[in-house]
Design a binder for this molecule. Structure first.
Ligand SMILES: O=C(O)c1ccccc1N[C@@H]1O[C@H](COP(=O)(O)O)[C@@H](O)[C@H]1O
Length: 202
């Protein structure tokens, strides 16, 4: 089970996520209470060991600009939230960045990982980073394939059930490991990663 901890903002957050065993750490470079500028993200990304994927997260930003922010932050991957066309992904495909396509599950959403040239698909709530849950039974009719991550309202308390219900390849969390909006709780990060891994082994 691949586990991504998103919205990390301090060196202590980075250390907590790495020590908890997260596989990926996300830096939000877009409008959000968790927003960092690329230079701030770069300083934090430099603290992350190479085996942990560093991800720049943007929403509703033109793909080329999102790519510029990610490169300025010195991260390994770019997570794009928004209504992008295949051409938009083609614009960033040549950059030295691994790509995550983030989308809510709507009628007509292409659920094949890689359909836009991305390496990972992320299925999220309609408002990303809001802590809102969404109806996982929607996945009964249309199941994603490949390397896909589940996000949206996950917490240490519900992640195991969510994994059993949706059977994702990975999970991603932000609000659910915070003590208040935008402030990470290191104990909750540890609990989340442990519970996600425990569910995967069950
Ligand atoms: O975390 C944010 O602030 C954010 C802002 C804009 C786009 C994506 C964002 N984060 C992503 O949202 C989900 C986590 O949501 P939740 O808070 O756990 O419900 C995850 O994909 C983050 O990468």
């Amino acid at each position: 089970m691949f586990v991504k901890v998103c919205g990390v903002r301090t060196p202590g957050d980075v250390a907590a996520a790495v020590e908890a065993g997260a596989d990926a750490i996300g830096f939000v470079l877009t409008e959000s209470v968790r927003r960092l500028d690329p230079a701030e993200a770069r300083e934090l990304a430099a603290l992350v060991p190479p085996h942990v994927l560093t991800v720049a997260v943007t929403a509703g930003v033109p793909a080329a600009e999102a790519g510029r922010r990610a490169l300025a932050a010195g991260v390994q991957a770019l997570q794009l939230h928004g209504d992008y066309l295949h051409e938009d992904f083609a614009e960033v495909a040549a950059l030295p960045l691994r790509l995550l396509r983030a989308t809510a599950l709507r009628p007509g959403t292409d659920l094949a990982t890689g359909a836009f040239g991305e390496e990972f698909l992320l299925l999220d709530a309609p408002v990303a980073g809001s802590g809102a849950r969404w109806d996982l039974s929607l996945l009964d009719a249309a199941r994603p394939r490949g390397h896909w991550l589940l996000a949206g309202g996950l917490t240490p308390a519900n992640v195991a059930d969510a994994i059993r219900a949706a059977r994702p390849w990975g999970v991603d969390v932000s609000s659910g490991v915070e003590s208040s909006r935008g402030v990470k709780d290191h104990g909750l990060i540890r609990e989340f990663v442990a519970n996600a891994r425990g569910a995967a082994l069950a």
